[in-house]
Design a protein around this ligand. Sequence first.
Ligand code: F6P
Length: 494
Amino acid sequence: MASTRAAQGAQVLVASNRGPVSYEVREDGSLHARRGGGGLVSGLSAIGPDAGALWVCSALGDGDREAVRRGVGEHGVRMLDIPADVHADAYNGIANSVLWFVHHMLYQTPLEPVFGAEFRRQWASYEAYNRAFAEALAQEAAEGAAVLVQDYHLCLVPGMLRELRPDLRIAHFSHTPWAPDAYFRILPDDIRAQLVWGLLGADQLGFLTWRWATAFAECAQAVDESIGREWPQQGPRALTHGGGGTPGRRTRIGVHGLGADAEFLRARSHEADVEERITALRGEIGTAPDGSPRRTIVRVDRTELSKNIVRGLLAYRQLLDDHPEWRERVTHVAFAYPSRQDLAVYRDYTAEVQRVAEEINSAYGTPGWTPVVLHVKDDFARSLAAYRLADVALVNPIRDGMNLVAKEVPLVSDDGCALVLSREAGAYEELGEDAIVVNPYDVIETARALHTALTMPQGERAERAKRLAAAATALPPARWFLDQLTALNEPQPS
Ligand code: F6P
């Protein structure tokens, strides 16, 4: 079986913490499956059902674990039943509380992080969790298969898998930023080395922008000065090293800037449930004193600490102070959806977003005007409704791998929106020219940018939105995925 697949062309395996399906145990004991979307799902569907693709992911909750135990599953998906405590340490403890913080530079360093015994205990779980993936992939992969490993949860997998199966073609893709070396050095030296060498076990490392790719190369060379860099202006770039016990190995470094899925979004945003939500949202936004529809500043985020929602609200309040003429004429539509709620710091952040929004509403609101319309319950159709109504999109993360919302709103907005964009988002590299660019920490500048965006002449706004949408869709998910696969299958120079 394995050799037949290899002869036909490489089998493809994807590995990620969160898989394309999740299960819930219903009251009657039955299992209910929910399917997710996203770039990897469209990518995998683009290679067709005959490719023998397999997605290896982790069981995340009780429903998933129950599904694994009952042998329930989707064709082409293998869920790993990693013990819940090991998963919690690896996912919450290391991936989301350490690696995410390092790459997004989120620590308040006078008191954190502290790398003591508790960290070491959790790191052992991160190793065990990565090993479980490497072993499952080694077991499932046909000879010569292509394995695409995703994200900061699985940094050690490429190195572990190469040891187990040197015949495989291994790629890793980082969906986050990569920390500059001066910040990466916060991590203990042996951990930095493990992360770098874990990733260099791959044949190919993918990043969303050259800024993150270059940062990785610098961190790698700081870990071991024998690592060489082939970094021509034009042509393929690589790190050369003796990792994985093979002297003279190269790991190619590539950039694949995931784009928005225009076809899907345009069609989905005109379905009936979205129209219904537009009507409801229009009611919440209301009309200006002269009877015209209120202008909208829209933001949609998962409530991650890096999204900078609180400073966005503070900038909006600054706008209302600096330009009282906008009072009653604009509404800030802010959707802040729950993310990683097992972590207290995320729950606290959501509470702070709610507190600041309420503060603005009670200080500035009038009987007919709610300055901030905040929703914290995830609703994709309502997000699309907000996109369609957006005059201005506010995307001001402290740091972000890419930020797809910056790409999606200009594409979907009915009248073409202006984009206020943080220079620290990966999307800035592709969209910076037609956005109004801000330093995410500077709320006065952000308030000014919001004013500029709101007063931008309609013609200019529509023109810019058109160019933003074109840049945003340059690399749709299926192509993004296939490009990585093609690069992985290209022969290495000897
Ligand atoms: O947005 C960055 C990212 O790392 C994605 O690649 C990934 O899907 C997601 O965050 C992980 O989020 P969660 O913790 O909810 O699975």
